[in-house]
Design a protein around this ligand. Structure first.
Ligand SMILES: [Zn+2]
Length: 398
């Protein structure tokens, strides 16, 4: 199948060209001529870009005002909730995610998506996030005390199929009684977590609001810093020097700030206290040249699965060019989470593509409602039935 005369948008830039899809892969990009009986879809005026990759989602959460509402769910119920959220995410044009696990269900959802049993994006999963005993996210996480227990927790996750290890180096917003600015784990615990994960070939992600937590995790060798809410000069320098990727999750506080009346009293107080600082930290990180991967924290209060593309706009509203923001949530996010064949229009990679009704670098809201979502060359969703049908028909006729 040949997608012709589209505006192509990826890290390489914006240009008009064609994309050839052969099976589940991109076979060519550029100025291509149709082969004898190849089916051609004219996409003049529309854009083709890689499917979005969200480096930070919570399939176990569905935007409830309080995480406590999820705590009582059985694993079976959680699995069904995760499957539904995975389907919504793919339908919105997110073809790859890294999902932060709860209660160990995420790895099974990942495997069932990969097997084709349920619909969802290509998924990188952990089991449970690791936290200090009583720390942020303890309800659904693996609580640890001490470096020996930290190593044991990492080995447990690896045994159950985790592809990365997430730990909470600071407190968090949505856990009552937890201070986002405070260091929650000891240096010894963080070093043990990162070292043990590296021995098992797993990358590490840390939830970190306060600068002390960021510095402790980066010094220990963490791969990604999630949120980075209260960065100072020293933390910014360290992120650049150690080439650590920041996943800013600007969507998370945005949705709490926009729903203050409905938020819990504690979420309201904590978010109002740090929201402006979070945006400022992000802007300074962009200026300093920190590597940034797009991630939404989807599932946190009022932050609904399927609204992921808004993160691109939030990043562009705070110092990134539209193309850089798209790149952060395609190629950079894919590289960061380990989805090697995602996030670009390069030949040989997965044909996971979006068709949108115009140039998204001129109007990022076009990403909210793609005309077609292709996963592995198949049209799996789209807001424009006509375009979706045309692409699906061409594919079927090939
Ligand atoms: Zn999160």
């Amino acid at each position: 199948m040949l997608l012709r005369d589209a505006t192509l948008v990826d890290a390489a830039g914006v240009r008009v060209g064609d994309v050839r899809i052969d099976g589940d892969r991109i076979a060519g990009t550029g100025s291509l001529s149709a082969r004898g009986d190849e089916n051609v879809v004219d996409l003049a005026g529309k854009a083709v870009l890689p499917g979005l990759v969200d480096a930070h989602v919570h399939f176990s959460l569905s935007g409830e005002r309080s995480v406590e509402e999820v705590v009582g769910m059985s694993d079976a119920e959680l699995a069904l909730v995760e499957a539904r959220n995975a389907r919504r995410t793919l339908a919105a044009g997110v073809t790859g995610v890294r999902t932060m696990g709860a209660a160990g269900v995420g790895v099974h959802v990942r495997d069932r998506i990969a097997a084709g049993d349920i619909q969802g994006p290509r998924t990188v999963a952990n089991c449970r996030s690791i936290t200090a005993t009583g720390g942020h996210g303890h309800h659904l996480g693996r609580e640890i005390t001490g470096p020996r227990d930290a190593r044991r927790a990492v080995r447990e996750q690896a045994k159950r199929g985790a592809e990365f290890v997430k730990f909470m180096v600071t407190g968090g917003v949505t856990t009552p009684g937890s201070d986002p600015n405070a260091l929650a784990l000891t240096e010894g615990e963080v070093e043990a977590l990162v070292d043990e994960a590296a021995r098992r070939g797993l990358h590490t992600a840390t939830h970190a609001h306060g600068a002390a937590g960021v510095k402790t995790a980066v010094a220990a060798g963490v791969d990604t810093v999630e949120h980075g809410t209260l960065l100072d000069d020293e933390a910014l320098d360290l992120l650049v020097r150690e080439d650590v990727t920041l996943v800013p999750t600007l969507s998370a506080p945005h949705h709490i700030v926009r729903n203050l009346e409905a938020a819990t009293a504690e979420d309201r107080t904590k978010t109002e206290a740090v929201y402006e600082r979070h945006l400022e930290s992000f802007r300074r990180a962009v200026e300093a040249g920190v590597r940034i991967a797009g991630g939404t924290d989807a599932g946190t209060p009022f932050n609904m699965h399927g609204g992921n593309a808004a993160e691109v706009r939030f990043m562009a509203d705070n110092g990134m060019t539209p193309l850089a923001a798209i790149t952060a949530m395609t190629e950079t996010a894919a590289d960061t989470v380990g989805l090697a064949d995602q996030g670009t229009l390069e030949p040989g990679t997965d044909a996971d593509l979006l068709v949108v009704d115009g140039d998204p670098t001129e109007n990022l809201t076009l990403l909210n409602d793609p005309a077609v979502v292709l996963k592995g060359g198949e049209a799996v969703a789209g807001g424009d039935p006509a375009t979706k049908r045309t692409v699906a028909d061409a594919r079927a006729a090939d």
